[in-house]
Design a protein around this ligand. Structure first.
Ligand code: 5GP
Length: 190
């Protein structure tokens, strides 16, 4: 990997506020971001190639077989993966490359020793997380329940270590979105 640029991993449970944090970071000129591939169906307003590359399961599996993903994970019955080449391209141009991924994918990157700043965005609590997911209005009740259950696992897994190293460099409890954004910016541009 070319080490002129740097990787920032933003991770955490669905509904904790990662996407809002990433939206703010994307405003910075030296930040480029990963567009993940997924087999999930698009939510209303999501655009192919911008929010995700929406793929059939067959297509995803084929790309997986061709080693096209830097990391990938199954989340709530769907597959998600980070295409490999955009990161290499961004780092070689000295950019800050932003990936927004769940915990299992983060673990794969750590296990392979991929250098980067690994940030976990946590909700203030599971009840608040449920409220935020309901407020988002884009998931049905069964899916919300499932995402809260996955969040419990992710909160536990985030505290694990990989080869003696913490999985995440920093955990930020997202109580106030602007404060969380400022905290991530301070990590990147101290
Ligand atoms: P959602 O369905 O809410 O868009 O995403 C579900 C979860 O998958 C979120 O935690 C999101 O950050 C994560 N995710 C999105 N893209 C990727 C990816 O490329 N790899 C991994 N491991 N997780 C992803």
């Amino acid at each position: 990997m070319n080490d002129r640029g740097r990787l920032i991993v933003i991770s955490g449970p669905s509904g904790a506020g990662k996407t809002s944090v990433c939206r703010a970071l994307k405003q910075h000129a030296d930040v480029e971001f990963s567009v993940s591939a997924t087999t999930r169906t698009p939510r209303s307003g999501e655009r192919d190639g911008i929010d995700y590359h929406f793929l059939s399961r067959d297509d995803f599996q084929r790309r997986l077989g061709e080693n096209q993903f830097l990391e990938w994970a199954s989340y709530n019955g769907n597959l998600y993966g980070t295409p490999r080449w955009p990161m290499d391209a961004a780092l070689s141009r000295g950019k800050t490359f932003l990936v927004e991924i769940e915990v299992k994918g983060t673990r794969q990157l750590r296990e392979r020793g991929v250098p980067g700043i690994y940030v976990f965005i946590a909700p203030p609590g599971l009840e608040e997380l449920r409220r935020r997911l309901e407020h988002r209005g884009s998931n049905d009740p069964a899916e919300i329940a499932q995402r809260v259950r996955i969040a419990e696992d992710e909160m536990r897994a985030a505290k694990e270590t990989v080869a003696g190293q913490p999985l995440y460099d920093v955990t930020l409890v997202n109580v106030d979105l602007q404060a969380t954004i400022r905290a991530v910016e301070a990590l990147l541009w101290p």
